[in-house]
Write a protein that binds this ligand. Structure first.
Ligand code: LLP
Length: 393
């Protein structure tokens, strides 16, 4: 069901429409040139600072994407044995791997130990004890960081806040000292430092500034107790511009890193680590779908796509907005539609009351900024196929 080429839209984002006219939909399309540009910008901003960036694989574990990031020398942030495996296969060095998660299983911990990963980001005292025991059995010393819950509310969607005291993540500040002492007392544990993460899709730098203050206070406290850390890991969370993917295709890394450069008082020889996911991959990916039907009900017109919440769940799960474009329509007239998927769930809606060029069966649509938490969160609900992926350099 090919549609006509709209040159103007084609130029706006680098999607080779002609090439994909006959390609079965839905699929993810990734612009690797934009990914490279984004990675180069990060490298530029941290040059000359003792900063290390670990890419959060949970945002996108696609093999080609991982290989591209590994080639540029970045580290990885992992949350499961499956992710450790994928990172190894994509060529990441285990010495750059940090591994978080409140429920690491013994086989997962053993996989990390066997590969001598850089750090387990430990989320509880029972976890430190188990890692110590498993490392002991292998005659190894496990490198860990203790994840602190800094109790900072980043005011993002309630499903993606992680840094408040009621969240399941990390250890509360009042219990931190005990956890640090337990870690220091165990023979098969090497405590590298402290780990934090305040939340995701944070576009206001204030929560990051508050995090710096919190880290400064803790470093002072531990200095007084003669406890010193090699590194601090401040996690990820930098947001992206979902409303203007073409204007702000590369996030404002300068402002982000500058917040830490100005406000976090690293000790001599100490490294600062980051775990960025969304800000690295979100803008380089789009979900491409075809219009199956255009349907009219009493007060509404619906564009029904062949992509649904199984391909991109963010709108259904977090009420997230992604820019939607009809990339093949050459119609200059517009109309207002609800853009929905085919899944048997009433939350399977990409956007309501969206102004779009008059759309018809067979038109190609792009759902933008879908490179992060898109393909990785896809499911086979309704026994659908997982979406394929294509790349452009
Ligand atoms: N580090 C830790 C410990 C995390 O929990 C996360 C994300 C990251 C790093 C990476 O955060 P980023 O830089 O990507 O914001 N599925 C949700 C987002 C969940 C984020 C979970 N943790 C979404 O689609 O918005």
């Amino acid at each position: 069901m090919p549609g006509a080429v709209n040159k103007k839209r084609y130029n706006m984002f680098r999607f080779p429409l002609q090439k994909f006219q006959e390609t079965p939909t839905p699929f993810y399309f990734y612009d690797l040139k934009l990914l490279d540009k984004t990675l180069d910008e990060i490298a530029k901003q941290i040059k000359g600072f003792p900063y290390k960036v670990h890419y959060a694989v949970k945002a996108n574990g696609n093999k080609t994407i991982l290989e591209e990031i590994a080639k540029k020398g970045f580290g990885v942030d992992l949350v499961s044995g499956g992710e450790i495996q994928a990172a190894l296969e994509a060529g990441f060095n285990p010495g750059t791997m940090v591994y978080s998660g409140v429920g690491k299983t013994d086989p997962e911990i053993n996989l990390g130990l066997d590969n001598d990963i850089f750090s387990f980001n430990v989320e509880s005292v029972p976890e430190v004890e188990v890692i110590n025991e498993l490392a002991g059995k292998k005659g190894k010393i496990a490198n860990i960081s203790i994840r602190v819950n800094p109790d900072i509310d980043a005011h993002t969607h309630r499903y993606i806040t992680t840094g408040t005291a009621e969240d399941k993540f990390g250890i509360n500040i009042e219990m931190l000292s005990t956890a640090v002492n337990v870690a220091l007392s165990l023979p098969n544990i090497h405590l590298r430092g402290l780990h934090f993460h305040v939340g995701s899709q944070i576009t206001d730098m204030k929560p990051f500034g508050m995090l710096c203050e919190s880290v400064n206070g803790l470093l002072d406290y531990f200095d007084r107790h003669d406890i010193h850390f090699e590194m601090i890991n401040v996690g990820g969370g930098l947001g992206i511009d979902y409303l203007k993917p073409d204007v702000n295709s590369v996030p404002d890394f300068e402002h982000f890193f500058d917040t830490f450069k100005r406000r976090l008082k690293l000790r001599k020889g100490q490294e600062l680590h980051f775990e960025l996911g969304r800000s690295i991959v979100a803008q380089c990916g789009s979900l491409i779908a075809r219009v199956v039907f255009v349907k009219e009900n009493r007060n509404k017109k619906f564009v029904i796509l062949d992509a649904g919440m199984t391909d991109l769940i963010r709108p259904a799960l977090y009420e997230a907005y992604h820019v939607i474009q009809n990339i093949s329509s050459s119609d200059t007239a517009s109309d207002v539609y609800d853009v929905v998927g085919p899944i048997c769930e009433s939350s399977d809606v990409f956007a309501r009351d969206e102004k779009l060029p008059v759309s018809k069966r067979g038109d190609l649509f792009a759902i933008r900024s879908a490179g992060a938490y898109g393909e990785t969160m896809a499911s086979r609900y309704n026994m659908r196929q997982l979406p394929k992926s294509y790349f452009q350099r």
